[in-house]
Design a protein around this ligand. Structure first.
Ligand code: GRF
Length: 191
């Protein structure tokens, strides 16, 4: 029995694509039952539709509070039968109530070697600090941002002349490798 996963996105969805491609393999232990975006124009929605995956747009603008928005998210995820939630470029902070409902079953991909460079501007911060190495991390989601237990990491060099775009592209290549690996590990972990 393959574990059912919901993927939450806000944008391009290249990590979503990596998960879709992994799930297309016959022996992969998970399948994506729903993709939710908080942005109607997220390109990831097109990727999901192309793969025949159900999509849903839940715009945070339609909800007066974070709590109400997260309740709707939870309702849709449960309705899809998902047992795992993958955050893949989902640019909303989630309430502790929501996060606690998914303890040990919700994972995120972050573009730095956590615990270094938490937050939304990781590449910018890496370049400003002048470090020679960065990377990406898949971690469990806990109420504190980018602070949950680390599942997998991969590093890349920061090269002379790098900008956010060149560095971001190098990191993304690794994200696309470790995110499916981490989902596989979680799906096989007996949760
Ligand atoms: C990735 O860099 C991910 O680590 C971060 O947001 C970006 C999403 O990219 N959380 P994409 O939408 O998967 O292409």
């Amino acid at each position: 029995m393959r574990k059912k996963a919901a993927v939450l996105i806000s944008g391009s969805g290249s990590n979503l694509q990596a998960l879709i491609d992994a799930c297309a393999k016959p022996d992969f232990p998970a399948k994506i039952t729903l993709v939710i975006s908080n942005k109607a124009d997220a390109y990831g929605l097109i990727r999901a539709k192309k793969a025949g995956i159900k999509t849903s747009v839940i715009s945070n603008k339609d909800y007066a509070t974070r709590e109400l928005f997260d309740e709707e998210l939870h309702k849709e995820i449960i309705a899809s039968g998902a047992e795992i939630v993958c955050l893949a470029g989902f640019m909303r902070l989630l309430t502790p109530d929501f996060v606690n409902k998914w303890t040990g079953r919700m994972i995120n991909i972050h573009p730095s070697l956590l615990p270094d460079f938490k937050g939304a501007n990781a590449h910018q911060d890496v370049l400003a600090k002048g470090v020679s190495k960065t990377g990406c991390t898949v971690h469990y989601v806990i109420p504190e941002m980018d602070a949950g237990e680390i599942i997998l990491q991969e590093s890349v060099p920061v090269l002379k002349g790098d900008n956010e775009k060149t560095l971001g592209a190098r990191v993304l290549e690794k994200e696309h490798i470790i995110y499916p690996q981490a989902l596989k590990m979680l799906a096989e972990s007996g949760i």
